[in-house]
Design a protein. Structure first.
Lengths: 282, 166
């Protein structure tokens, strides 16, 4: 199908984009467009105005910066998946994101799609929202009232629903930079490589003696948002993988890909794989 | 200003193009309908099938997931351009020799996608494995061949180009 008619504006600045969002209640921001344009083509959405933010300077940078004595990887909203995939900074300081990149769609989509757009769209089966939650990251937004920062735990609120206001532009996000004790795991199951996950799992932890501490398991494709599995995290920190699998308290809906029973079983399969990854030395 | 119809100027297959387009027109519809370049095919129109794969500013994209108005000032290359330049002549010959196409609907997108991994391999001085080739073309559907022959063709060219370089 073809999109319904809409007007197009290439925003010159964040202020320009924010002002237009205020004037047009049904405008949509266009970043990579790899989800948005598909929904326009299928007429699942029909905004009257697209505000293209691709020309706004300063939103496509990756940097490592210290904030309050801690080191963070700062990722601008317009950093594309292909750019992150090739980035030495991401590979060294945010290895979970590096590990997730090849699972995201296909090369011709990763050249356009943005990490920020994925987090703003908050598809429940997408990789980046789960990575943000597993890494305990935070999102930067700018709106008519100025800048705000939202913790990952407060950011994902429902199906495609986030803490961003209707006039907010996601400008970037940050995750803690990895150090020698950081451990990461990532796995997902899809019918075809690059398709949306049936079930996926992004995880982080810290090496603690011979075991793990601060385990964070963020499942995706099993609910309306990426979901922590806190009972399993505690079991994994105690060193018991089978207890962690038994403690999974996910309650997935069925979808076109799998029944709830299959998804729950596959979540256990992924947890065993990711637990093994977490326990590997870096 | 926000407009429903806009004037754009871009380079398509090396030639300057200035056209008036609807903001809602996708890049693949623009090259097919406005420029008559029908080598890029329209399949699923939501980014799944890969039949519309083309290059914008040197990188492969989905022609159905970009708007023509986003390409104002850009350099666009379609299968017609790649073909006329001879850039993919060896790939096209290998596709024919290996029976890597039957109906041919996916072939322009498949060749354009395959050329991207071959260029990456050349830049890094490596030869992609069959597994890497499969993963790279996972975003391009072919309903005729079962993919083996396509992987054969791409692998043949990868090895030949690496050999020719040495």
């Amino acid at each position: 199908m073809k999109p319904a008619p809409f007007a197009y504006h290439k925003a010159a600045s964040l202020a320009d984009a924010i002002a237009l969002l205020g004037q047009h209640s049904d405008a949509r921001l266009l970043a990579g467009g790899q989800s948005l344009i598909a929904t326009l083509n299928m007429r699942l959405s029909a905004p009257t105005l697209l505000i293209d933010i691709n020309g706004i300077a300063g939103l496509a940078e990756i940097a490592v910066q210290d904030r309050a004595g801690k080191s963070f990887v700062e990722i601008g909203a317009l950093v594309r998946h292909a750019q992150a995939e090739r980035s030495d900074l991401i590979a060294r300081h945010a290895p979970l994101i590096a590990r997730a990149m090849p699972f995201i769609a296909h090369p011709a989509i990763r050249t356009r799609g943005t990490l920020g757009g994925s987090i703003a769209f908050a598809d429940p089966a997408a990789e980046m929202p789960a990575c943000l939650l597993a890494l305990d990251g935070e999102v930067d937004a700018q709106g008519p009232d100025g800048k705000s920062t939202i913790k990952a735990a407060d950011y994902f609120q429902g199906l495609y629903e986030t803490a961003l206001g209707s006039q907010d532009v996601l400008t970037g996000f940050r995750v803690p930079a990895a150090d020698k004790d950081s451990r990461f795991g990532f796995a997902e199951l899809a019918r075809r490589h690059g398709d949306y996950a049936i079930v996926g799992l992004a995880a982080s932890a810290r090496a603690h003696g011979a075991g793990l501490a601060d385990v964070r398991l963020a499942f995706f494709g099993v609910g309306n948002t990426p979901l922590r599995a806190e009972k399993s995290e505690a079991a994994l920190a105690a060193g018991d993988i089978e207890a962690a699998v038994a403690a999974l308290d996910l309650d997935p809906h069925d979808d076109i890909q799998a029944t709830p029973e299959v998804k729950k079983h596959l979540a256990g399969v992924l947890l065993r794989r990711v637990a093994a990854q977490l326990m590997e030395a870096r | 200003m926000a407009e429903l119809i806009m004037d754009i100027t871009l380079t398509v297959n090396g030639e300057p193009v200035s056209e008036r387009v609807e903001a809602r027109k996708t890049l693949v519809d623009f090259v097919r309908d406005d420029l008559g370049l029908t080598g890029s095919h329209v399949g699923c129109e939501h980014g799944v099938c890969g039949a519309c794969t083309m290059r914008v500013d040197g990188e492969i994209v989905r022609g159905c997931l970009m708007l023509a108005v986003q390409c104002d000032g850009a350099t666009v290359e379609t299968i017609e351009g790649l073909s006329d330049q001879g850039e993919v002549a060896d790939l096209q010959a290998a596709f024919e020799q290996r029976n890597a196409l039957q109906c041919g609907f996916c072939t322009p997108g498949m060749v354009t996608a395959a050329q991207a991994i071959l260029l990456q391999a050349k830049a890094s001085g490596t030869v992609p494995s069959r597994e890497e080739i499969r993963e790279h073309i996972s975003g391009n559907y072919c309903r005729c061949t079962g993919y083996h022959a396509i992987v054969d063709a791409v692998e043949t060219v990868a090895k030949a180009r690496a050999g020719a370089k040495a």
